[in-house]
Design a protein around this ligand. Sequence first.
Ligand code: 13P
Length: 256
Amino acid sequence: MTNRMPIVAGNWKMNLGPTEARDFAASILSDLVTVRGVESVLCPPAISLPAVHAVLSGTNVKLGAQNMYYEEKGAFTGEISPTMLQGLADYVILGHSERRTHFGETDDMVNRKAVAAFAHDLRPIVCVGEHLEDRDAGRTERVITSQVYGSLKGLPSNRLDELVVAYEPVWAIGTGRAATPKDAADVAGLIRALLVEMYGAVEASVIRVQYGGSVTTANAATFAAIPDIDGSLVGGASLRPDFAEIARQTLRAKKA
Ligand code: 13P
């Protein structure tokens, strides 16, 4: 086991408004709090953050937002700022492939958001991942390299224990077709090597790397057993009543 705290985050995406989110968080909480030694994070839609915050308050389960803008305030209709999240959320998912694909987010925007997150004591979970056509064309390494350099430059090198990088191959998201452990291990290793180039070996050694894409109770342990992978970013299976089981299996695999 490394000295990096494993981390399992549930990305609820555009599901569960305030009342449903509160009730669901409350229903899984008693199970989730028993899993110690893994950081568990729930990431509801922005409008449900206060309701879930109230449920999690005083527990070891963390709260994450799914996105934010990098400016603090102003004429940015519909956006939520780091200042608004500060003190409410612990984490913020940035550059999810759905943001990149449907909302035109670029590496440069994701990078600005990551810098803003650090400036407001929010821990960024920055997502990278190749499309199927990239993988089929042998471009995975090139795509990941440019996303990692583009999205993760200029972060405070003495605070990289606050950074989480999620490797989410786009073709594995919501498809039931998870990456093979070897492919996930190879890309997680590549991400670590790039972060070492960018920040130095000691500084980068504390960065946590997650795998995401069709993670379930059936495969979470396999990914968690990979030394370069510190946990998972879970979509669909994080909306199930047995979500805590993924955290539990992650803990068991890391201890083994
Ligand atoms: P699924 O677990 O539903 O494949 O989604 C993964 C994901 O996008 C998490 O951010």
